[in-house]
Design a protein around this ligand. Structure first.
Ligand SMILES: Cc1cc2nc3c(=O)[nH]c(=O)nc-3n(C[C@H](O)[C@H](O)[C@H](O)COP(=O)(O)OP(=O)(O)OC[C@H]3O[C@@H](n4cnc5c(N)ncnc54)[C@H](O)[C@@H]3O)c2cc1C
Length: 459
């Protein structure tokens, strides 16, 4: 059985690893970028690596931690203090310890309401019913207007923009459960010293060592079907097939397996039946659920001086074109990099957003002006270099009813599977851990179906 995996992000890498570990030897990953890693990929700056988008992990990310351990990286995984704060009306409010919370703009009564709902969320076991209730409705019902307006609404707006009042309470529960696991001195977050780059590199190397192939700069433009089953994919102008046999002249060729890790709407555009690319007539793709996505415009600045006073993660509730400032070197020691590293980031709700349409330089200029407005001590002259990562599909939007729309790994096209950020393993919040689980889960399903696929599709 020849398996082609579209996308060398963590889902694709995990699926390949699982298949190869289980003796399925003919596995190829096709990745359109120059390097594997997807959303978790890194920049190479001087002699270090740093993620294009800020990343940290949680103790509950057990599958990811176990795979890092398999890669011999357990000694590099460190649990460090991840301080958070709010920027409101020109002032930074740290939000880590009970004492700091008491000094926040929330009243004592609101703090008590907040503590009560955090406790209720942590205790509630079954979140299934919460998929149909918005986070806003649930907070208003359980904590009242002022907790919503002063605490949650800015957070929801910075994460989901205009969709903030459509996001489900299930997402809120998932988020709070992960983030409220903290001691009196604050939250501990995990990071791989040297960067998650190391993990992606070792995972890729071990796939190649086991006989798998990882081809980069290979954009799949079409998935070719014959008689309702997968038989190959086109890469750019050429065609990449499972064997030397020509599927076009022999419709009864072996079944290929294709695992797509791209968003469902992008997959629909790749499927080509005899009727033509993307039409999907008779392929079952008509029924592919609509999963809404949002994008990210995330700048990284290398700086001479620190920006924030000891805060790692600062949520911004001010009129600037970004929703958070993440000072990586207030989380990791600055000595690891020899300079200060600061992410400035915004979520994008649609493709008309100027932060998606404008040039990189224009976005950077708007972010720098915003930093000058927020932080009187900040000077552009302290910025040594910048990079910007922009992508329009960086996260599903977990609106109400999302759980009902989650696509299973199998499709009704023989040999075509899908797994990724949109899969059940990533609900109600996508993560590296969720993508590892999705890749593993999909590979296991394929292995379970393996005998069937061979019997039905052999030449
Ligand atoms: C801003 C931001 C911050 C994040 N922070 C964290 C965090 O702190 N902790 C955490 O655990 N997770 C975090 N994540 C989430 C995490 O990075 C992702 O959930 C995970 O990396 C997704 O992996 P994936 O393989 O499912 O998808 P992707 O990484 O999107 O992989 C899909 C791959 O498919 C490739 N591709 C697309 N189309 C084609 C094509 N036609 N042909 C070939 N290849 C194609 C893409 O280039 C990509 O490499 C963050 C993500 C973002 C965007």
């Amino acid at each position: 059985m020849k398996t082609i995996i579209i996308g060398g992000g963590l889902t694709g890498l995990a699926a390949a690893y699982k298949l190869l570990k289980n003796g399925i030897s003919d596995v190829t990953i096709l990745e359109k970028d120059l390097e594997p890693g997807g959303m978790a990929a890194s920049y190479h700056i001087g002699d270090y690596h740093i993620e294009k988008y800020y990343h940290h992990i949680f103790e509950s990310d057990t599958e990811l931690i176990s795979l890092m351990t398999d890669m011999g990286l357990e000694k590099d995984l460190q649990w460090l203090k991840g301080t958070t704060g709010y920027h409101i009306d020109g002032k930074i409010y740290p939000m880590n310890t009970p004492l700091e919370l008491l000094r926040s703009p929330l009243s004592i009564l609101d703090l008590m309401r907040l503590a009560r709902i955090v406790l209720a969320i942590k205790r509630k076991k079954d979140v299934s019913g919460l998929d149909d209730v918005t986070a806003k409705e649930w907070i208003l019902d359980n904590a009242g207007n002022s907790v919503y307006e002063r605490f949650f609404e800015p957070l929801l707006r910075s994460k989901f923009g205009n969709n903030h009042d459509m996001v489900s309470a299930a997402w809120l529960f998932g988020r709070i459960r992960i983030r409220s696991n903290r001691s009196a001195s604050g939250e501990r977050l995990g990071y791989l010293r040297g960067g998650f780059y190391q993990f992606i590199k070792r995972l890729t190397d071990s796939i190649i060592e086991m006989g798998g192939e990882v081809r980069t700069a290979c954009e799949v433009s079409e998935i070719v079907l014959a008689d309702g089953a997968v038989c190959g994919v086109h890469v750019g102008g050429g065609e990449y097939r499972k064997s030397d046999r020509d599927c076009d002249s022999d419709r009864n060729c072996d079944c290929d397996v294709v695992i797509s890790t791209v968003p469902p709407h992008a997959l629909s555009g790749l499927v080509r039946t005899e009727a033509g690319a993307g039409e999907g007539a008779g392929s079952g793709f008509q029924g592919m659920p609509e999963i809404p996505y949002q994008g990210t415009a995330c700048a990284l600045f290398g700086m001479d001086k620190p920006l924030l006073n000891n805060t790692y993660w600062l949520n911004i509730k001010s009129d600037v074109p970004f929703g958070a400032v993440v000072e990586h070197t207030n989380f990791l020691p600055v000595a690891d990099y020899g300079e200060h590293l600061v992410y400035v980031t915004a979520y994008l709700q649609d493709a008309d957003d100027p932060r998606w349409r404008c040039t990189e330089q224009e976005v950077i200029d708007s972010y720098l002006s915003g930093l000058e407005r927020l932080f009187p001590d900040f000077s552009k002259s302290n910025v040594r270099w910048w990079r910007i990562a922009r992508h329009i599909d960086t996260a599903p939007v977990y609106m109400t009813g999302y759980a009902r729309n989650i696509p299973p790994y199998s499709t009704d096209i023989a040999g075509l599977y899908l797994a990724g950020m949109f899969s059940d393993a990533n609900y109600p919040e996508r993560s590296m851990n969720g993508s590892i689980l999705a890749g593993f889960g999909c590979a296991e399903e394929i292995m379970g179906n393996h005998g069937l696929l061979r019997d039905s599709g052999s030449c």
